[in-house]
Design a binder for this molecule. Structure first.
Ligand code: KG4
Ligand code: ZN
Length: 346
């Protein structure tokens, strides 16, 4: 099975070719530089850029896989959630390809693709899905923060999520308050590596409360007040790393604490995490340490495949074809997805 997948849900135009659980290519054209001067993703610009980049990225993905379009057996694309006008570009190209090649088309839930990524892209890549273990999974991206119970590759239940800002959004917004460039998450992470996590004290929202929900807007507000009182910190190269490390520690402690509490409560011996924020070095280290201490197995995708890419979309689509699955997805239902993962009539 040779399948071409497209991902255009936000500010990355990506195309990948997958074959029997392996990535033959996974091309990502990032729009980060375009949006940086506006301090966030501008949907109109993102859409135009997807329009410009989708076909070149598809050609490159096919070229790297050494295939022509006629060699494909199926096509897939992210169906949602994401920026609606951006999603439409990838979906329309996928529809046109599937129609003209007379191949099946699969619409994939972006969050479900992240959720599966530690399995399909993890090390070792679990192409042999027999190695699957039920787990508690943390999805942390720019738009979502969810805790999910995965009882099978295709069976999952949302345990909780953020009541306001997503973890990635919180990283990006506090970075903006500090005057750091967009996207702020990687920048806070980079500076934090040289700072002290105990230099300043910030709240750990919801950590002590039972339940699987998160809330990050209070933490963001507390950073805002702190900077109002200490504006000189923004331009103090010697202390900014301390501020970044202290804020990062607060976010990471909540994410790890809630994830491990859910794993303990549900008796899960395996923990996974996915989404752009799983590139965060402190989050990866703290999850590893907590799992090692509690005797749980941790599965993560490699950092470069935690942010949006069509590879995870294609590997999930291939899994659907193998399982001939057309069922609805719990995640999709919970986040008001217009269309759930599964086979879609082209
Ligand atoms: O999954 P993703 O690529 O896109 C969405 O589906 O939203 O995640 C993007 C998010 C952004 O908020 C970005 O700042 C964050 O992931 N991110 C990070 C790091 N790398 C990316 N946040 C913290 N530390 C990082 N190293
Ligand atoms: Zn994403």
């Amino acid at each position: 099975m040779r399948l071409l997948a497209l991902e255009t849900s936000c500010d990355e135009t990506s195309a990948a070719v997958v074959c029997d659980g392996r990535l033959l290519s996974n091309v990502v054209a990032s729009q980060v530089r375009l949006h940086a001067k506006y301090g966030g993703v501008v949907p109109e610009l993102a859409t135009r850029e997807h329009l410009r980049n989708t076909m070149p990225v598809v050609r490159q993905a096919l070229g790297e896989a050494d295939l022509g379009a006629v060699d494909l057996d199926a096509v897939a694309a992210t169906r949602g959630p994401g920026l609606p006008p951006a999603l439409v570009i990838g979906w329309r190209v996928a529809q046109a390809l599937a129609y003209s090649l007379d191949r099946p088309l699969y619409g994939i839930n972006h969050l479900e693709a992240h959720l599966l990524s530690p399995w399909v892209l993890g090390d070792p890549p679990a192409a042999d899905y027999d190695n699957f273990r039920s787990n508690v999974s943390l999805i942390v991206s720019g738009g979502h923060t969810l805790l999910v119970e995965m009882s099978g590759l295709m069976e999952h239940r949302v345990l909780g999520g953020t009541l306001d800002d997503a973890a990635g959004e919180c990283f990006d917004k506090v970075a903006k308050l500090m005057g750091l460039p967009y996207p702020g998450g990687p920048e806070v992470d980079r500076l934090a590596e040289e700072g002290s996590a105990v230099a300043f004290s910030f709240p750990r929202p919801m950590l002590a409360r039972p339940g699987d929900d998160f809330s990050f807007s209070g933490l963001k507000t507390s950073v805002r007040y702190f900077l109002d009182q200490n504006p000189e910190l923004k331009t103090d190269d010697a202390r900014l790393p301390d501020l970044c490390a202290s804020v990062r520690a607060a976010i990471v402690e909540v994410l790890v604490g809630k994830t491990m509490a859910a794993a303990r409560r549900l008796g899960m011996t395996c923990v996974t995490a996915s989404g752009g924020v799983t590139r965060n070095r402190a989050l990866r280290r703290e999850l590893e340490a907590a799992c090692a201490e509690q005797g749980r197995v941790l599965r993560l995708a490699p950092p470069s495949l935690c942010t949006d890419n069509a590879g995870m979309v294609g590997l999930l689509a291939e899994l659907f074809t193998k399982r001939k699955a057309t069922r609805t997805s719990g995640i999709g239902a919970d986040i008001q997805l217009s269309r759930n993962s599964g086979a879609v009539a082209g």
